[in-house]
Design a protein around this ligand. Structure first.
Ligand code: ADP
Ligand code: MG
Ligand code: MG
Length: 886
């Protein structure tokens, strides 16, 4: 079995086998770029090693063969005392992963070859001893788990003794002494001498890379990111080139475009006389890459040429690591580079302009999560504020407001029109009202799956969690951070994308992407590169997608906004919201009605109000379909809460007041009380139990449609019956509704469809029967998830989902992204059996999953006709529907 590949044998498509780094090193080698020679040990070797605990048969020999070839090519032997070949040992999995072993440089140095290395470098003793101390340090830390601070402490001591802060001021003697100290640290922690045999160094380093696949942090990361646990990592063994040979040497990183804005230009950092890690470690100040032109014009021009070639070859932004050894450029790594959301759109647009990719490919280069990020307001780029703490960017956006420490205070100040930021150590369900009232949430504990994070994302509210530099004192209403005290009412700014926390009011800008969707920015006239790119890509998504995108909207204003955002109809208009406010009293009268007369009176009073609501919505949608859901929640939600009412009545009685009316109300609330209201008297069950309720709504909808039509506005109502589990329920409602519709429509040109939600598992499983009575299905995936898993959405997310996420039971809350295997299967069954029973059955989804990127792809694959989501997510759904179709 072949476990080792020379760089010349691989290519960029072999990431599974060679890891990302190895595959790209091979690709560069074959492009003719100057890559130091080397070879890659495959992920399969790692898998075999991890399975059996020892190197697979033949691996050691294959390494020996490739090492010998490398030695021959370089004209040097590994660790040769007189003229040593040195190598780096670099891990490289298919996906880069925090927590895995990093790189060991200078493998092959020992007490004898360090002398040979100095000779090789024209007697440069300083360089040789610096390289040796680096080996002991990296090898000790990453291969043998010696605490890194001990080495850092020792080098700091040496610098202090020199009276300098710069390691360049340490001379050969200092470094030789440091090597001695390092070796002592090494043997103190490992109980053995630093290994002098070069091949043993190599084998130990390779084994450590393999083992690091199962390091705890790597395991946790994989679970969360759903990276399979059995991929394994590759190991790259690369001949060393040296950036620390003097001022004509150095090392750097470069991007082919600005990864922040996407702008074309030269981006990168360079550090003279330094080796690898120094650039990122921030030991010395780097210079901007442009400076290299002055330092070494030939190498600079060559680098720019390679960068252009790599871009054309990968057809994408690349990032690059390089080293210059005595004036000669070496390429040490490349990959398609990470970028911000804005840069992703801008670059995709540029690449289309440059003819490198087509528009279909551009759709693959961006995603809905990035678009969603761009729709939040954000802090201005050069705001000049210094962050006082950095937590986890748990829910994106830029929020500015006065600090409050309790939910009650948040509600109070927000009620006075203030913007507030709720600051807590961590949040719990009692904080819900405060979270709703706040502009943003800031916690000092917890990660991306803490209560604060999960709930804030659900609300679309900015949240920074786990900013552990904050010392929060709730009783005294203050926190301290970076030596400063912040008390209630002080203004802070939090960035839910970067996790940064600022004191004071950081200037924020509204999203230009939202301005574009709102129609306030003309993409043809603006010089905003981002808006032009978004427009172009969205237009292509619209032209490509098969799914229609509708919105969930209950008011004419929401409907109008959603249309501006590209909605093509309403997939869910909830009618219960129309029963709140001053109409509550009418509903209360309906519920408390003692006889048919009283009930009919209150229904008659509600009818014109409902009709007016629907007229407004039909007008706003002007000919587009509007799915109206008949009343769904349990009626007691429209009554005062039981406990409060009981107390009020008792107090009033005590005072001797006349409480006859309140007592009647209390009796009704008691009567209607349910232990599990979400599984109780709601949805279609209400319609079957409360005479006249659904009839009134059907009449209001149909009359509104007729009225609009008379005024020249086309109305396309679709009446949706919630919570159906059996076809008989739907048939009963349908028979009554059809009579009313026929009577109201009369001769006018109005068509009213009747369909149902599929949100009870039984409905999904009997969809073939239900389709007989339904002209459309709309999947209520929130309830379907709730009832399918047996999770109460309102209770479980903050209570234990964090643990489920931590354990990897699911990678993301099933309320955020549809559980394709389980709940998705119900959707698939219902779609197939429904369509089999009634060809042409219209299928849509109206749960919030309709705006979730992965879910949209799933619904596309199931063959639904549309997804429906809140207005703000409509653009995301449009984009993802387009991406699903290419
Ligand atoms: P990471 O995955 O953390 O980027 P790398 O394997 O790329 O780790 O190594 C980090 C740095 O070490 C590289 O950017 C490069 O500067 C340096 N390095 C690695 N291999 C060599 C080599 N053969 N010669 C010189 N420098 C090297
Ligand atoms: Mg690297
Ligand atoms: Mg429901």
């Amino acid at each position: 079995h072949k476990y080792v590949y020379d760089f010349a044998e691989g290519n960029k498509d072999l990431k599974d086998l060679l890891g990302g780094k190895g595959a790209n090193l091979a690709e560069m080698t074959n492009l003719g770029l100057p890559v130091p020679p080397g070879f890659t040990i495959t992920t399969e070797a790692c898998q075999a090693y991890l399975a059996s605990g020892e190197q697979p048969a033949g691996l050691a020999d294959q390494i020996a063969v490739h090492l010998a070839a490398l030695e021959q090519g370089m004209g040097r032997r590994l660790g040769d005392p007189d003229d040593p070949l040195l190598v780096s040992v670099r891990s490289g999995a298919k996906f880069s992963m925090p927590g895995m072993m990093e790189t060991v440089l200078n493998v092959g140095l020992n007490d004898r070859s360090v002398v040979g290395l100095a000779a090789q470098a024209n007697g440069n003793q300083r360089f040789a001893w610096d390289s040796y101390r680096r080996l002991i340090q990296m090898f000790g830390k990453t291969v043998c788990e010696v605490p890194g601070e001990e080495f850092e402490h020792a080098i700091d001591e040496a610098k202090r003794a020199k009276g300098s802060a710069d390691d360049l001021d340490l001379d050969a003697d200092d470094l030789r002494a440091l090597v001695d100290t390092y070796k002592k640290i090494f043997s103190k922690h490992t109980g053995r001498e630093f290994p002098q045999d070069p091949r043993e160094q190599l084998d130990l380093a390779i084994g450590a890379v393999f083992d690091s696949w199962n390091a705890e942090r790597a395991v946790i990361y994989r679970r969360q990111e759903r990276i399979p646990a059995d991929l394994g990592t590759a190991v790259n063994v690369v001949a060393m080139v040296f950036g620390n040979l003097g001022p004509d040497s150095g090392t750097g990183v470069a991007f082919t475009r600005d990864p922040a804005s996407g702008a074309q230009g030269i981006y990168g950092d360079y550090l003279a006389n330094a080796q690898g890690e120094d650039v990122v470690a921030g030991i010395r100040n780097t210079v901007p890459l442009q400076e290299l032109e002055r330092i070494n014009k030939a190498a600079y021009d060559e680098l720019l040429d390679y960068m252009a070639r790599l871009e054309r070859h990968y057809k994408d932004l690349c990032d690059i690591e390089f080293t210059i050894e005595r004036g000669k450029l070496w390429m040490l790594q490349t990959r398609v580079g990470k970028r911000t959301a804005a840069a992703a759109f801008v670059i995709a647009g540029q690449l289309v302009d440059e003819g490198l990719i087509d528009l279909d490919e551009a759709l693959h280069r961006v995603n809905g999560a990035q678009l969603a990020q761009l729709m939040f307001p954000r802090f201005q780029l050069d705001h000049g504020f210094e962050a006082v703490a950095t937590g986890i960017g748990a829910s994106p956006g830029a929020a500015v407001g006065k600090v409050v420490f309790t939910s009650a205070r948040a509600v109070e100040l927000a009620g006075q029109g203030e913007d507030v930021i709720l600051v807590r150590r961590e949040t719990n369900p009692d904080d819900l009202n405060g979270m709703i009232a706040s502009k943003g949430i800031l916690t000092s504990r917890g990660g991306k799956t803490s209560h604060a994070a999960v709930v804030a994302r659900g609300m679309g509210k900015t949240c920074v969690s786990g900013a552990d530099a904050l010392d929060i004192d709730v009783p005294r209403r203050r926190f301290t951070v970076a030596g400063q005290t912040v008390t209630e009412g002080d203004v802070v700014s939090i960035d839910g994308t970067t996790g940064k926390v600022y004191l004071g009011q950081v200037p924020a800008t509204p999203s230009e992407v939202v301005q574009y969707f709102e129609g306030e920015l003309d993409p043809a006239a603006t010089d905003d590169a981002l808006v032009r790119a978004v427009h172009r890509i969205m237009s292509h998504a619209d032209a490509t997608r098969r799914l229609t995108v509708r919105t969930n909207a209950d008011t004419a204003a929401d409907a109008a906004r959603a249309r501006r955002f590209g909605a093509e109809g309403i997939g869910l208009c909830r009618t219960e919201h129309m029963f709140l406010g001053d109409r509550r009293e009418l509903v209360e009268r309906l519920i408390l009605a003692r006889d048919a007369n009283e009930r009919d009176e209150s229904l008659a009073a509600l009818l014109p109000l409902q009709r007016a609501d629907f007229v407004g919505i039909f007008r706003a949608m002007d000919g587009q379909p509007v799915t109206v859901r008949l009343i769904d929640p349990p009626l007691h939600e429209f009554l005062p809460p039981l406990e409060q009412l009981a107390v009020d009545v008792a107090v009033a009685q005590e005072r001797g007041e006349d409480v006859a009316k309140e007592e009647a109300l209390l009796a009704a609330v008691r009567r209607m009380h349910e232990e599990n209201p979400m599984l109780g008297l709601r949805g279609v069950r209400l319609g079957l139990v409360i005479p006249g309720l659904f009839a009134m709504q059907v009449r209001a909808i149909t009359e509104a449609a007729v009225e609009c039509t008379r005024q020249g506005v086309r109305a396309c109502p679709e009446i949706m019956v919630p919570l159906v589990g059996a076809v008989q329920e739907l048939e009963t409602v349908r028979t009554e509704a059809e009579k009313i519709i026929a009577e109201v429509v009369g001769g006018s040109d109005v068509e009213v469809l009747i369909g149902t939600m599929i949100e009870v598992p039984r409905a999904a499983l009997t969809a073939g029967q239900i389709a007989e009575a339904a002209e459309f299905f709309s999947f209520g995936t929130n309830d379907l998830t709730q009832m399918g898993w047996g999770f109460s959405r309102d209770d479980v997310e903050g209570a234990f989902f964090w643990r489920y996420l931590e354990l990897g039971i699911f990678g993301i809350s099933p309320f955020e992204s549809i559980d394709a295997d389980g709940i998705g299967r119900l959707v698939r069954i219902a779609a197939e059996e429904g369509r089999a029973a009634r060809p042409g059955l219209k299928l849509g989804v109206c749960g919030e999953h309709g705006g979730d990127p992965d879910s949209v792809h799933f619904f596309h694959s199931v063959g639904l006709d549309y997804v429906s989501c809140s207005p703000f997510r409509v653009p995301v759904a449009r984009l993802e529907a387009g991406r699903a179709a290419v």
